[in-house]
Design a protein around this ligand. Sequence first.
Ligand SMILES: *Cc1c(COP(=O)(O)O)cnc(C)c1O
Length: 495
Amino acid sequence: MPNPPASAQTDATLDPADWDAFRALSHRMVDDSIDFLRALRDRPAWVPLPGEVRAALSEEGVPHAAQGEAAVYDEFLARVLPYTNGSRSPRFFGWVQGNGTPYGMMADMLASGMNAHMAGFNDAPRLVEERVIAWLAELMGLPAGSGGLLMSGGTMANYLGLAVARHARAGYDVRLDGTSGGPRLMLYASAEVHSWAQKCLELLGMGSASLRKVPVDDAFRVNVDAMRALIHADRAAGLRPICVIGTAGTVNSGATDDLEALADLAAAEQLWFHVDGAFGALARLSPALAPLARGIERADSLALDLHKWGFLPFEIACVLVRDAEAQRAAFSLTPSYLRDEGRGVIAGGLTFAERGPELTRGFKALKVWMSFKAHGVDAIGAIVEQNVMQARAFAERIAQVPGIELCAPVALNIAVWRWVADGFTEEQHDALNRELLLRIQESGLAVPSGSQVRGRYVIRTCITNHRTRWADLERFADGIAPLAHAIEQEMRAAR
Ligand SMILES: *Cc1c(COP(=O)(O)O)cnc(C)c1O
């Protein structure tokens, strides 16, 4: 045998040159992360990016040469760690986001260290993900043996549910013919459905015109009779209705559709029943709140996030599919180099790759498995319930403040409100509240978000936050009026 060339005999690697130094640096990383999390309550809810940090992060070219592990870590501490959107804070109430947990952080580190390939090999990580999916199916009331898959977020979990629905109900082979194999496929959801629905229909090739947005009632729940009428009209017009979408916890106001009635409608019309339970599904973890999501257990597919009301670090969500075979049928495709030999590393087949579009996937399941076991699922349910009680109490509290008006019932964990000033037009109210929201955020007081309810600009306080205590909400509530009065005066002076 000829000697290999010198370039094949170098021992370049990205493992540490000095393992002891690496260990010391790593311990410092863990200590700093824990110190930071521990002190969150004392920090502003949000810290805007300083100009020099923005410039430094925006302008650096490709780092071809080594800067050293410790030096780059110090840069992370100075320029990256402090400047997030604030979702870690106990006073973060914006959009629907979670905080992450310290234990989840460590589980993610362990998962990253294992670097398990989650297509579904004959190994322990596969069993961990299968267990997590089975636990979630049981918690949601779906039958044992249901399918499912852990996904990056609610958007992708919903996407997967609709992809299975499309394949199962199109009436022709969408894997072969795309969506040109027959009449236009139609789906029905509330006018309050989250924007994922449009994105997903575009991505699935059905087009956003395949989505019928059905009006809602005074409590922001979909009008089921109107949905039925639309289904009948579409069918009469030669279109093909395939799916009813229910929402458990709308993003605007936390409303949950009448899922029982939607399940009945889907059954009567022989349609797929998909539920977007991104955060609202987690209400099932609290015995007191579970009745709000009644009917969710009848879903053919159900999407839920664990990085919102499951409190785990981004990213983690799950889609559950009642008929596991329908899910496989929509995605299974096994090339010869991935054949199941019945023994060895690949025995049992690539379960997870057969359930969705991704082949290489990370070990997201570990943080769920470890956290559920370590904290107990009941503790998570108790905090979900705590958040709902906090939202109700916060709404009652701010309703007492002269100037604050509640704009929707507190159906779950979201209080929607605005500041009203004597003699202001609706346009002026919109402008005042937009400015109020920005000052609340920029002052570091709290991070709520804005939205529209019945065409008017409103401020949303959405509590999916295991760190929030009543004192945090009191501090926020007390801080609103001074900021609002200042804006009101400025606007009056400018008139
Ligand atoms: C957040 C949310 C989504 C999207 O989930 P991501 O995890 O952000 O992708 C979908 N539906 C509802 C109701 C949501 O609140």
